[in-house]
Design a protein around this ligand. Structure first.
Ligand code: NAD
Ligand code: MG
Ligand code: ZN
Length: 276
C-alpha cells in the first residue's frame, strides 16, 4: 500500500501545493484543518522566517511557512502540536510533527554555528550551508532511550513533576556522547531510580517531535536495588501490579505501547501495534 505521507525536499520556487503555517503558538488551523492552499496562505499578512517544501500528502505537495510571530488570520486559530498528537488523524499529526522539526531546525540554523554568518538553504537538500566554513547543518535528532522495567506481575513506573497529575510512565532519557543505547539505558535507570536491570530487549522506535527526540523503546527485567527517586527529576516511582495500574500516558506514545505490550503478554491478550 502506498503511504499517504512521504517526506521530500521540494523546490520552493515552484508555485501551488498546500502549506501549513507554524508560529510560536503552534499551527494555524481553520474548520478544514491546518492545511491551506499555499498561494492563499502566502497572501496573508504573515512574517515568514523560512519556507521549506516538506513532502507529499495524498499526492499533493506540502510546504511549511515558519513564522516569526503568531498573526491573526480571519476565521483561523492556533493549535499546538501536542493537541494534534492526542486526537485526530494520525497521518496529519505525522505531517505536522515533521513540519515542526523542520521549522525549529530552520529557525535555529539561520546563522552558522562556527562563524556566525548567515547560512543559505542548499537546493533540494535538507541542509543549511555556510560557504566560508564549508559547513552543512542538518536537522537535529536526539536519540532517547525509553524502558519498561518489570518484575513478574509488577512494572516500574515513575512520574516527573511535568506530567499531568496522577499519570505514571516508563523511564526515559537522552543518549550522551560516547554511549551505546544500552549504556544510556542502564545509566538513566541508575540515575532516575537507582535500580539495576538485565535482559534488555529492543521493542521498537518512534519519532517524538517534542522537540526532536527519536525514542528507542526497550523492555528490561529488574535485577536489583531499592527504588530511590532522583531529586527534582522524579517526583515518585513505584512498582505497580499489572492488574492495578495508575493513569497511563497517551495511547499514541511509545511509553504506553511498552506498557500495553507487557500487560497483553502477561494477561494473554492480543498485542497492540506501535503507532509509527
Ligand atoms: N514518546 C514517549 O512515550 C515519551 C515518554 C517519555 C519521555 N519522552 C521523551 O523522551 C525524551 C527524554 O526524556 P526525559 O525528559 O526524561 O530526559 P532526561 O531524563 O535525559 O532528562 C531531561 C534533561 O536532559 C537534558 N536534555 C534536554 N535535551 C537534551 C538533549 N537533546 N540531549 C541531551 N540532554 C538533553 C536536560 O538537562 C533535561 O532537563 C524527552 O524528549 C521526552 O519528551 C517520550
Ligand atoms: Mg528522564
Ligand atoms: Zn560559517
Amino acid at each position: 500500500m502506498t503511504p499517504r505521507w512521504t517526506t521530500a525536499v521540494l523546490d520552493t520556487d515552484l508555485p501551488g501545493g498546500l502549506a501549513v503555517a507554524r508560529g510560536p503558538d503552534g499551527f494555524l488551523l481553520d474548520d478544514n484543518g491546518p492545511l491551506f492552499p499555499r498561494e492563499w496562505l502566502k497572501r496573508q499578512d504573515l512574517t515568514v522566517l523560512a519556507e521549506h517544501g516538506i513532502g507529499h500528502l495524498d499526492g499533493e505537495p506540502v510546504y511549511l511557512l515558519e513564522l516569526d510571530l503568531a498573526a491573526q488570520v480571519e476565521g483561523c486559530r492556533w493549535q499546538g502540536l501536542r493537541a494534534f498528537m492526542l486526537e485526530g488523524d494520525h497521518t496529519l499529526y505525522k505531517v505536522l510533527g515533521y513540519a515542526a522539526q523542520i521549522g525549529s531546525w530552520a529557525r535555529e540554523h539561520r546563522f552558522c554555528g562556527s562563524c556566525g554568518r548567515a547560512m543559505t538553504q542548499i537546493h533540494l537538500e535538507r541542509a543549511m550551508y555556510c560557504a566560508p566554513c564549508d559547513l552543512r547543518s542538518y536537522p537535529r535528532i536526539s536519540p532517547s532511550m525509553i524502558v519498561l522495567i518489570t518484575r513478574g506481575d509488577e512494572v516500574l513506573l515513575a512520574r516527573s513533576p511535568r506530567f499531568v497529575p496522577g499519570v505514571y510512565s516508563t523511564l526515559a532519557g537522552f543518549a550522551e556522547p560516547g554511549e551505546s543505547a544500552e549504556d544510556c539505558l542502564i545509566r538513566e535507570v541508575r540515575e532516575e531510580v537507582q535500580v539495576e536491570v538485565r535482559n534488555i530487549q529492543y521493542l521498537g522506535s518512534q519519532c517524538w517531535p517534542f522537540p526532536h527526540s527519536m525514542m528507542l523503546g526497550f523492555h528490561a527485567e529488574y535485577a536489583g536495588g531499592e527504588i530511590v527517586p532522583q531529586a527534582d527529576e522524579i517526583e515518585d516511582a513505584q512498582w505497580f501490579n499489572v492488574h492495578h495500574l495508575p493513569p497511563l500516558p497517551a495511547s499514541r506514545s511509545i511509553a504506553r505501547y511498552l506498557i500495553d505490550v507487557y500487560v497483553a503478554r502477561r494477561l494473554g491478550l492480543a498485542e497492540p501495534v506501535l503507532p509509527g
